[in-house]
Design a protein around this ligand. Structure first.
Ligand SMILES: Nc1ncnc2c1ncn2[C@@H]1O[C@H](COP(=O)(O)OP(=O)(O)O)[C@@H](O)[C@H]1O
Ligand SMILES: [Mg+2]
Length: 265
């Protein structure tokens, strides 16, 4: 497997995560997609040499994913632990990704484990009380409320994560440094141009002039296509332009005109 690219800590987030860990305070990371939330948490867990258990929340996430399910093998009933229980027992790091995409009942069950006692009653099986092992740590992420499918977190659950890190898109120079961690060769000027384009589209999306806001995933993909020999104009069309065709020709044309003005005909 390829070695994962190291995280560029432009936001001083690792220091904050370390302090939160030392103080036994759980962390909430707020930011739009592709701003490095998952990479930050992976990097932090790796630095701390901690096992990382991850749950990606959606409307389909059930309590059983967190708590566990009864299984029947050869006539015996077993209980297969969910990731919340598993991580509590291990004292590992639990990553709750896009927690605000989950249904309220699922969140309520989480709340039980996250309060100061750090314990949960397994009413699903033996009724035993699971107490988190020393060092158990939880980091959750939420997308801003403007994202489709996201709901407001119940305030009580929000208060379980008193350390909040807000991750926005980085500045142009920082974004260039990040893209260069993923792409080899010297394409600085074209990549800067793509970052400028991305920022124009992000700003337009922020005021709802466009339906889609490109993330760092797109600026990295643009760099990777250049690395494979594609022209910057074609890469820009493919990575940044074509996605807008799903909202029709008017939406697409707005972006296409910007691309032409920045990358030529
Ligand atoms: N600070 C950073 N340093 C290195 N790579 C980054 C950084 N921020 C974002 N990336 C890269 O951008 C892409 C999207 O990041 P990701 O962590 O998946 O974002 P999110 O979880 O916020 O959606 C990944 O390829 C990731 O490696
Ligand atoms: Mg992520």
């Amino acid at each position: 497997m390829l070695k994962e690219t190291s995280y560029l800590d432009w936001n001083d987030s690792i220091r904050i995560l370390n302090k939160a860990y030392e103080a036994d305070l759980f962390v909430l990371i707020i930011g739009p997609k592709g701003t490095g939330k998952t990479s930050l948490v992976r990097d932090f867990a790796e630095n701390k040499n901690m096992k990382l258990e991850s749950i990606n929340f959606s409307l389909r996430t059930r309590e059983s994913h967190l708590i566990g399910t009864k299984t029947l093998t050869d006539g015996t009933v077993n209980f297969e632990e969910g990731l919340l229980i598993k991580s509590m027992k291990e004292g590992s790091m639990l990553y709750l990704d896009e927690i605000n995409a989950a249904e309220a009942d699922v969140l309520l069950r989480l709340d039980e484990a996250l309060d100061d006692r750090r314990q949960i009653i397994l009413k699903e099986s033996t009724g035993e009380t699971v107490k988190a092992k020393e060092g158990w740590f939880v980091i959750a992420t939420i997308n801003p409320l403007t994202h489709s499918g996201t709901k407001e977190l119940p305030p009580q659950l929000l208060s379980r994560f008193p350390v909040r890190i807000s991750l926005e898109y980085p500045s142009e120079n920082v974004e260039l440094e990040i893209v260069k961690r993923h792409v080899s060769g010297n394409h600085d000027s074209e990549i800067i141009q793509a970052i400028k384009l991305a920022n124009i589209l992000r700003q337009a999306a922020a005021v709802e002039e466009l339906f889609y806001s490109p993330s760092l995933r797109e600026t990295i993909a643009f760099g990777k296509l250049l690395e494979k020999g594609m022209s910057s104009k074609e890469s820009a069309k493919i990575v940044f332009g074509n996605v807008y065709t799903q909202w029709g020709n008017i939406e697409y044309q707005k972006v296409s005109d910007i691309i032409t003005s920045m990358f030529g005909n």
